[in-house]
Design a protein around this ligand. Sequence first.
Ligand SMILES: NC(=O)c1ccc[n+]([C@@H]2O[C@H](COP(=O)([O-])OP(=O)(O)OC[C@H]3O[C@@H](n4cnc5c(N)ncnc54)[C@H](O)[C@@H]3O)[C@@H](O)[C@H]2O)c1
Length: 329
Amino acid sequence: MKTIKIRYSSGRVKVHVGPGLFKRLASFAPEGKILVITDANVARAYGGEMKKILHRATTHVLPAGERHKTLAAAEAIINRLLELGFSKTDSVLGFGGGTITDLSAFVSSLYKRGCNYVAVPTTLLSQADSALGGKCAVNSGPYKNQIGTYYHPDLVIVDPDLLSTLPRSEMSAGMAEIIKYGLVFDRKLFRALFSAFSLPDVIYRSLKIKAAITAADEFDKNKRLLLNYGHTVGHAVESISGFKVGHGRAVAFGMYRETKDPGTRSALAELYRRFGIDINLPYSMEKIKEYILHDKKIAGGVIRVPVLRSIGKAKIVSLDVGEYIGGLL
Ligand SMILES: NC(=O)c1ccc[n+]([C@@H]2O[C@H](COP(=O)([O-])OP(=O)(O)OC[C@H]3O[C@@H](n4cnc5c(N)ncnc54)[C@H](O)[C@@H]3O)[C@@H](O)[C@H]2O)c1
């Protein structure tokens, strides 16, 4: 097991990474009451085991999918916590992919102005990226992450064994975020993805990068914006598709569109082929550009976005929205 410890201004986070950790969850779980938030697919695959491992926990199961990351779902969970008499020192445990961990963190940030929160991510995307960093939000209508807060888990348990049941398309989606870490921050990681690599190792390397970036810029003022590479276009694609196109695939599409250098574009295309990431999507750039106008990063007609300088290096630039949109390939 490897551990990453992060000190944020608003709290400390411990991340344990390693196979077999789910089976040992009881030894890491906080004292007090626990409400496990999960979705129907994860409950089907691991609900029985979770009951055996954490028999004192209660479980709240949501339908699977991004469409359920809503204020209404958050309110239903809050009502459940109230019914169960949870106090601030009791814990919400997000057990699922990014949809579930975003929603669980969001609820934890609101309940009694903040209760304990533990994340046990179950998709590659959430293990390598989204369960860490404290950003949590729900969607509003077709628009992504419009209502949100920053709230860190006290503990994140990353067990790659949980990925054995993940559909191939979701593995591909997770690889897209890992590619992003290599492309934007770490040339060696990017290169490593072209040959044989260990999945727990690239998950750990991605998390180390995210930990360093988010600790240096917890509230998205500067450096952290680099994590948004591919996300401006990606979020627009997710919205247009009515959330039928998942986050990872949409970000892969966005990274390709935001990358200008032809050599880097063909390296990306090669990795996409390697990991079965399909970026053939039927949405016109005109439509995508229309949705980008709703992006949270726009203020006063200006958008701050990451621009790639070379593989492993990027910078933040402020662009007039029209200029940014006009430059998309
Ligand atoms: N907070 C952040 O920093 C951050 C960063 C990136 C993405 N996100 C958010 O993450 C979400 C996407 O997360 P995701 O890609 O994990 O999607 P997801 O949570 O919707 O999961 C994808 C699918 O995999 C299923 N699943 C999950 N774990 C499984 C398992 N072990 N076995 C079988 N099936 C399993 C789910 O039921 C679902 O059908 C989006 O809402 C996105 O906005 C947040």
